[in-house]
Design a protein. Structure first.
Length: 523
């Protein structure tokens, strides 16, 4: 018996040591045998409360919105009501207040009321159940309405309840109401040229300009684009490796034109068939239909000589496995266009400057970082822009924040896309590095205000001729299947230096990464 006691004590001591070294948690086994587990470090406090009686409100409700006659504010689920046994506890960030409740009837339904008397007070406030719909409870006290939800996630994601909300779906048919709100900024439209304000001081294409642009032997001026040390080298071209343009075709390499790359990926995401109308192949030459600075049609003809480094490696944008494709040809056409008109250098070109030479429309709005949008409204804004076919590009003002498998990068442009089906995050922003193999650069922007408020947008209106080519039932972006090679997994050291990324965790290379993308290459 003595030995057993010693062993028992030893086992008990080992158990305490194990608890001290591991994270402790509370495990609750429910009647259906499922287990709810929560780390003790995540628990602020616990208490067992008496269940409410029939005809009384029960459970925990998170505050989403507070609406008064003069303002609408969002609580982000930070406040909550706890109902139990004729009691109500109002939990705020720094305080808790208990109330005794007296109900007016035998059932809780819209229109029923209850009185709430604060402990220690002699007067009571009257609350009316304004609405009960599924997991939403709306209480009205005097002229103030409180919108509560069964989960904090639902409270964070709840739409702004006022009918004059500038992002409400009822107003989607009238874009003027959206842009008339105080969220917009940086309008780039022009009364002088459809190409936008930036192009106002530049002339339309002369006959000499048109002739120079139409000659495939005329190469873009690398020195003017500050790309000295690069060479032009003939390469095989496979315009559409996956049969039709897709964002995976756009993978940035040694040129700092991330906004242009993000624009191209947006083209492929929303208007893949329209891209095919822009490019005509004639042997090793490619005619790209564009617009001059005054919005007049102009053709730019380029050959299959691609900008390479001194070792012969392609430094322009390419498809997966380094395949030269439609995006490479369009990038070279833009470099040649800019060489002639000199509106921008290719490095650092802005979204509203890169899209118009192809679309003929330079009208756009910027949506800045900060608190001008509520958390629930970011997804609405993305939905509005994409459903209206806008070329949607965004960025982050802070780097190193985790968004799914990838991190944010500053001074960089991303293509804005819908979230995947059933996702709990807000939206996708694809990095034009296209890194991560099958991830293809997709950042999953969380429904987290600390991340959402560092996001900015540049939303460019499409050209009139593009509407007929808009992809039907535009939904989430699923990258095509391909066999990754090293070039598809991680940005180059040159790219990391270009965007001042000091700490980068590389993706591991798959074991079967040596195979090339399927499809014949045109010579």
């Amino acid at each position: 018996m003595k030995t057993k006691r010693i062993l028992s004590s030893t086992f008990l001591l080992l158990a305490f040591i194990s608890l001290a070294s591991a994270q402790r948690r509370v495990d609750i086994t429910l009647k259906d045998k499922s287990i709810v587990s929560c780390a003790l470090d995540d628990i602020s406090y616990m208490e067992i409360v008496e269940a409410a009686n029939p005809g009384e409100l029960d459970g925990v409700w998170y505050l989403g919105w507070k609406v008064t006659s003069s303002a609408t504010t969002n609580s982000e689920g930070a406040e909550m009501l706890v109902f139990y046994a004729s009691k109500m506890k109002w939990v705020k960030k720094a305080s808790e207040t208990m109330y005794d409740l007296t109900y007016s009837g035998d059932a809780i339904q819209p229109g029923s009321t209850f009185k709430a008397k604060r402990e220690g007070s002699t007067t009571a406030l009257t609350y009316t159940v304004f609405a009960m719909e599924g997991d939403m409870l709306v209480l009205k006290q005097a002229t103030t309405r409180y919108y509560f939800y069964k989960s904090q996630f639902a409270a964070v994601n709840a739409k702004k309840p006022e009918s004059n909300n500038y992002l409400s779906r009822q107003q989607y048919s009238d874009p003027a109401k959206l842009w008339a709100s105080n969220i917009k900024g940086g309008y780039s439209g022009s009364q002088i040229t459809p190409m936008g304000q930036h192009f106002e001081r530049f002339n339309s294409a002369s006959d000499d300009d048109k002739a120079w642009l139409a000659d495939p032997n005329n190469q873009p001026d690398l020195a003017w684009h500050e790309l000295s040390g690069k060479i032009w080298s003939a390469k095989g071209v496979n315009l559409y490796p996956f049969g039709s343009p897709v964002p995976a075709d756009v993978n940035q390499h040694a040129i700092g034109d991330c906004s242009m790359c993000a624009v191209f990926a947006s083209f492929a995401y929303i208007y893949p068939e329209w891209i095919k109308t822009l490019i005509e192949k004639n042997g090793n030459n490619y005619t790209v239909h564009m617009f001059d600075p005054k919005g007049n049609p102009v053709d730019v003809v380029v050959d299959n000589k691609i900008m390479c480094n001194s070792g012969g490696g392609v430094d322009q944008v390419t498809g997966k496995n380094g395949v030269v494709n439609w995006a490479t040809i369009m990038e070279k056409a833009l470099m040649k266009w800019e060489t002639r008109f000199q509106c921008n250098k290719i490095g650092g070109i802005g979204t509203e400057h890169a899209a118009p030479p192809f679309t003929g429309n330079g009208a756009s709005y910027s949506i800045g970082t900060g608190d001008r949008l509520y958390t629930s409204e970011y997804r609405l804004l993305v939905d509005y822009a994409l459903s209206n076919g806008m070329i949607s590009v965004g960025g982050f003002s802070e780097g190193g924040l985790q968004c799914g498998p990838l991190e944010t990068v500053t001074g960089h442009a991303f293509t804005v896309m819908y979230a995947d089906e059933g996702a709990t995050y807000s939206h996708v922003m694809r990095n034009p590095w296209g890194n991560g193999g099958s991830v293809d650069g997709k950042l999953e922007v969380p429904m987290d205000r600390s991340v959402l408020t560092i996001v900015d947008f540049r939303l460019v209106f499409p050209g009139a001729q593009m509407a007929q080519y808009k992809k039907e039932n535009l939904g989430p972006y699923t990258p095509p299947r391909f066999k990754p090679m090293p070039i598809d997994m991680n940005p180059s050291e040159e790219m990391l230096r270009m965007y001042n990324v000091r700490h980068y965790t590389p993706f591991p290379l798959p074991e079967d990464a040596e195979e090339d993308v399927e499809g014949d290459t045109e010579e």
